[in-house]
Design a protein around this ligand. Structure first.
Ligand code: ASP
Length: 425
């Protein structure tokens, strides 16, 4: 009997933590260094996932929209999707806001913690490098990136918002041209979507190996100083983020699942586990998208039609974990800088977190650029982001899993309200 995929991935995760912490970056056995092996496995898996994303997003959105039949269906589905995305992200942000006001992680012994945390200019240069070119640099940039001047360049540079917008238009106008050409295009794109799912299934078989490589590499790369930072100065911040994320996944989403969709949250959680664990290891919701679609369709029982429309959009646009993190991080930094947190400031943080979470790309560390936007909006220097760098990676893993989980809940909820019968109850 073969172990279920999520067990295989979980075992790989545990082994990775053990192997990574034993070997560190220097460990070797019989002259073979472990670290490059982890790196190789992880990169191979990430590459395989990334290889699928562009054709998968384009073909599934085009077939999703093209398959709606008429503008009315499309409008209804689009309306529900946007409603779910905004409500769930807003709930996530408010949860974060509540916890950050309860724990005040930026205040230590009644004093703003800036001096204790220390700020490292070199670290900021590193972030600037990381975020550059991955995301829009300001709010109007987010809207501009929706309409890319060159669709091929957008695909090559991973500008998913632009790609999504183009695919939505393409799918829509496919239903408006003459029937024969429309049918032909429909068959062509759904053929591509099916092939991409086939390739996804193949890549999924290697998920345990890929997860092992990615996690072992991350664990091996953690140095003792970073651990000290994590435990001592950034402990309360880390805890605040994790608790708020946990409330969103284990309270808010299950309540929505039970009340709106009458779906058993435990079963849904189990159905989504392979995708969530992959999101955790890759820290990228875009790279996880193929697995998310697979789990939502095959394990959770959502139709192809709904999954193809809701999930590719969700992977880029709906990021509950990211929105929550942006809010907590910006508030934490503001507290640490001794900024007065009036109602207006907090409201601005919530609003900008909501807007920027839409524009953030589904790639590792993408939130950082959004947080700098929030910081400058409320009058703090962008380099203040340096305060949270030490713990960003580990929190990225958690918030990405939350992003993916929320997308999957959206798919189930929408499928249910569309009257679908095969959903796992
Ligand atoms: N890594 C996140 C994702 O891919 C984005 C972020 O919050 O940095 O969903």
């Amino acid at each position: 009997m073969r172990l279920k995929l999520y067990w295989q991935i979980l075992i790989a995760l545990v082994l990775a933590v053990i192997a990574g912490s034993l070997s560190g970056t220097e460990g070797s056995f019989l002259g073979v260094h472990w670290y490059p092996v982890y790196k190789f496995l992880g990169t191979l898996f990430m590459n395989a996932l990334k290889m699928i994303i562009v054709p998968l997003i384009v073909s599934s959105i085009i077939t999703g929209v093209g398959g709606m039949g008429n503008t009315q269906n499309l409008g209804r589905m689009g309306g529900k999707t946007l409603l779910f995305y905004s409500v769930s992200s807003l709930l996530a942000i408010l949860t974060g806001l509540l916890f950050v006001n309860l724990f005040n992680p930026g205040i230590v012994d009644g004093e703003p913690a800036k001096a204790i945390l220390g700020l490292d200019a070199a670290a900021f240069a590193e972030v600037a490098d990381k975020v550059q070119g991955h995301s829009a640099a300001d709010l109007s940039g987010i809207f501009l990136s929706m309409v890319p001047p060159n669709i091929i360049a957008a695909a090559a540079n991973g500008q998913m918002l632009g790609l999504i917008f183009f695919s939505l238009l393409f799918g829509y106008f496919m239903t408006r041209i003459d029937r024969e050409s429309g049918d032909l295009l429909n068959r062509f794109w759904s053929g591509i979507a099916d092939v991409m799912m086939g390739i996804t299934m193949l890549v999924m078989k290697f998920a345990p190996l890929g997860v092992f490589g990615l996690v072992a590499k991350t664990v091996a790369g953690i140095d003792a100083d970073q651990m000290d930072d994590l435990v001592v100065s950034l402990g309360t911040f880390t805890l605040t983020v994790l608790l708020a994320l946990a409330v969103h996944v284990f309270v808010t989403m299950p309540v929505l699942l039970v009340t709106v969709a009458r779906v058993n949250p435990v079963k849904h959680f189990r159905a989504m586990l392979p995708a969530m664990l992959t999101a955790f290891s890759t820290a990228s919701s875009s790279a996880t998208l193929p697995l998310t679609m697979e789990c939502v369709r095959d394990n959770a029982g959502v139709s192809n039609r709904t999954a193809s429309f809701v999930l590719p959009l969700g992977a880029t646009v709906n990021m509950d974990g990211t929105a929550l993190y942006e809010c907590v991080a910006a508030m934490f930094i503001a507290q640490a800088y001794g900024l007065e947190l009036s109602f207006v400031t907090q409201f601005t943080v919530v609003l900008v977190a909501l807007l920027t979470s839409i524009g953030v790309a589904g790639i590792p560390a993408a939130s950082l650029v959004a947080i700098t936007i929030i910081l400058t909006t409320i009058g703090l220097p962008a380099e203040a982001i340096g305060l949270i760098l030490a713990v960003d990676r580990i929190l990225d893993m958690f918030r990405t899993s939350v992003n993916v989980f929320s997308d999957s809940c959206g798919a189930v909820l929408i499928a249910k309200t569309e009257g679908e019968k095969n959903i796992l109850q």
